[in-house]
Design a protein around this ligand. Structure first.
Ligand SMILES: *Cc1c(COP(=O)(O)O)cnc(C)c1O
Length: 349
């Protein structure tokens, strides 16, 4: 049997009809994995939702399966997005699957190598602008208004509808919603989607309670924490390097309503969490994802969780997306002659 498309597993909770063509790559149904060593350190049960296990390596696929299915149903000729990387990788793959053209507009600055490779290999037109993400987004919005092209940024409500399903899966796996959810925040679409998902599931009586939502931005790109847009956002976590979150107000409302909060973590905390996940738990995520764990560790150290809490950290994207960051901060290679004694000495001396 082949994998059941996300759309089929939660069809009753999604905006699809009998006429909607299902464009699927086998997304969702991602693992929920205990983090025993980090839990021990934090003094609270930390669990990771491994969204890097999606087909293109990030949670963006949950929204993209719906957005591209609806674009196809609506007769769009192409899809377009502005993206720091993962949206373009996902849009390119799902457009290829649907037989649609894709255009992705990337902002200036470094795009992680894996994400760029994905957009290119799937045949998308990749346009690199000499300005930041926010400028890229306003240009693609204007293009989508003037042409028969579907905008698949997270402004697209179908993306948010699809991304809700991660909350459904967590409730199904744990038997109810967790006590708290920690999640990185960029454009703030995902944290908004989780809240809609948890509330929809509770309202459908498929879970009994709601979690507190804690969103984490990087200190150099923390407009929701500072209360004002950031003109030149800067952080190692490129997936959340966003100065004007498209869904900022919605996300602030969701976090407040849940009894949670938004906070910022430093690049050093992000990289420390990134290493700890890889070395102590065997979990390789991209730096933006590690912001959720950095935030959970900080919050735990400040006594911000109950002793018996289950805290789910959303690892939003796979570490292979950004091999440069992985290699830069690592011990590197040790070169040596091809002799048994040399290798033995290096390993055991
Ligand atoms: C898109 C993305 C985010 C941020 O999600 P938003 O919905 O923009 O807040 C975080 N991590 C990764 C890996 C992403 O691709």
């Amino acid at each position: 049997m082949t994998s059941t498309p996300l759309i089929e597993r939660y069809r009753d909770l999604l905006p699809v009809g009998d006429a909607t063509p299902v464009v699927s790559l086998g997304e969702g149904d991602t693992p929920l994995v205990e983090m025993p060593r980090l839990s021990e350190r934090a003094g609270v049960r930390l669990v990771a939702k491994i969204e890097g296990a999606n087909p293109t390596g990030s949670f963006k696929d949950r929204g993209m399966t719906i957005a591209v299915s609806k674009a196809l149903e609506g007769g769009a000729e192409a899809v377009i997005c502005a993206s720091t990387g993962n949206t373009s990788a996902s849009a390119a793959a799902y457009a290829a699957r649907a037989g649609l053209r894709a255009a992705v507009v990337v902002p200036e600055g470094k795009i992680a190598a894996g994400k760029l490779a994905q957009a290119l290999v799937h045949g998308a037109r990749v346009l690199a602008l000499d300005d930041g993400f926010d400028a890229a987004l306003s240009i693609v919005r204007a293009i989508a208004e003037r042409h028969n092209v579907s905008l698949v940024n997270s402004l697209n409500e179908f993306r948010i509808d699809g991304q809700r399903t991660a909350a459904y899966e967590i409730c199904d796996a744990l038997g109810d919603a967790p006590d708290a959810l920690c999640i990185p925040v960029g454009n703030a679409g995902n944290v908004s989607a989780y809240w809609l998902g948890f509330t929809a599931y509770r309202d459908a009586e498929r879970s009994a309670r709601l979690p507190r939502l804690y969103g984490f931005q990087a200190e150099g790109a923390a407009p929701l924490v500072g209360g004002a847009p950031v003109e030149r956002p800067e952080t190692v976590a490129t997936a959340i390097r966003i100065g004007k979150p498209a869904r900022g107000q919605q996300a602030l409302g969701a976090m407040a309503e849940s009894g949670g909060a938004v906070d910022a973590v430093s690049d050093q905390e992000i990289l420390d969490a990134y290493r700890a996940l890889a070395v102590e738990e065997g979990l390789f995520c991209e730096p933006a994802s590690a912001a959720a764990v950095a935030g959970a560790l900080r919050r735990a150290a400040a006594g911000g969780f109950g002793d018996d809490d289950t805290v789910v950290c959303v690892l939003t994207g796979h570490g292979l997306k950004d091999p440069d960051t992985a290699i830069e901060g690592s011990a590197g290679l040790q070169r040596m002659p091809a002799r048994l004694e040399a290798v033995e000495e290096a390993l055991f001396a």
